[in-house]
Design a protein around this ligand. Structure first.
Ligand code: AMP
Ligand code: ZN
Length: 295
């Protein structure tokens, strides 16, 4: 493109892990939404769009701060007086510490799309499985930025809240289905037991326990030359969120499972495999993306 603003792949902004998406890339994200909608048409999902912030209390209760303090982005604001600000204001221009009096607020940046669902179901008794799809902009303060590792990215998740039996069966079926879908999309996929990047001395123990119980599976594909990344994960949290938020299913604390798609990584993988011009992708690939009817 003569403007230098690009056509297909995300544009760098000069800040690590934060990108701008040109129309060609957004078209692929749209195709992925269509494909996932087609994939999930077999169950009655409740569709929710989630804001990019969440209650700090919720994220503390959910255990995220204890496990991943290094990844969480907090939201701070100025709560002082106008005269106090008059003293700080010159520091903005001089590059000084104008933010020394910023205070943490009641919101944090959302680190994964599924947390608000569990909090919203707080105190409920479920007679049948809750099934929700959510999409949100997520933030993680990633230390590195290899291709596909961003700080701001979009996550589309399928979530279910129900009995342990349902959640385990559902996750296994969805994992198999998504693996097949990625293969239809021409992606060289490997499915692997995985763990989360817990922070601090207890890390190894948590990760080993997570792997031993096979709580997390990742679907990994090439996203750029020489880089393979997880483009989706299938998670089983046992009764963790059910207990935390007092959700009951089958007379017990509810269990939860989610399948999380990283939309940018998936779009990058498809572009790496089939090229930037998505209108010219093979018909069978477009068929697996809801027919590829997007403008
Ligand atoms: P996770 O909750 O870590 O399993 O994340 C779910 C999915 O979100 C991953 O499989 C990725 O596709 C995507 N994702 C996670 N972290 C990032 C990141 N830093 N940049 C881009 N996509 C990400
Ligand atoms: Zn999730």
């Amino acid at each position: 493109m003569s403007s230098g603003l690009g056509a297909g792949l995300p544009l760098e902004t000069g800040v690590p892990g934060v990108f701008l998406s040109p129309p060609g890339f957004e078209r692929v994200i749209g195709l992925l939404r269509d494909g996932i909608a087609a994939l999930t048409a077999d169950e009655p999902f409740h569709r929710l769009v989630i804001p990019p912030v969440i209650s700090r209390a919720t994220i503390e209760r959910a255990g995220y701060v204890a496990a991943f303090p290094n990844l969480l982005g907090t939201v701070h604001g100025y709560g002082g007086t106008p005269s106090g600000w008059a003293r700080l204001k010159p520091l903005v221009e001089s590059g000084g510490e104008w933010h020394a009096q910023q205070q943490i607020g009641d919101l944090v940046l959302l680190p994964a799309a599924c947390y608000p669902v569990y909090a919203t179901l707080e105190g409920r008794t479920l007679d049948e499985p809750a099934k929700v799809t959510v999409e949100a902009s997520c933030f993680r303060q990633e230390a590195t930025s290899e291709p596909g590792r961003m700080r701001s990215f979009r996550m589309l998740e399928l979530v279910t809240v129900a009995t342990d039996e349902h959640c385990l069966k559902w996750r296994a079926a969805r994992l198999e289905q998504v693996e097949g879908w990625f293969t239809e999309l021409g992606l060289a996929v490997s499915v692997e037991v995985a763990d989360d990047p817990f922070f601090g001395p207890g890390r190894k123990v948590y990760q080993a326990a997570q792997r031993m119980q096979e709580l997390k599976w990742e679907l990994r594909v090439p996203v750029a030359d020489g880089t393979v990344q997880a483009v989706a994960s299938a998670n089983y949290h046992k009764e963790h969120f059910g207990e935390t938020f007092g959700i009951t299913a089958g007379g017990e604390p509810a269990n939860t499972s989610c399948v999380a798609f990283g939309l940018e990584r998936l779009a990058m993988a498809l572009i790496a495999r089939h090229g930037e011009e998505s209108t010219r992708w093979p018909v069978d690939v477009l068929a697996a993306l809801g027919g590829g009817r997007r403008a």
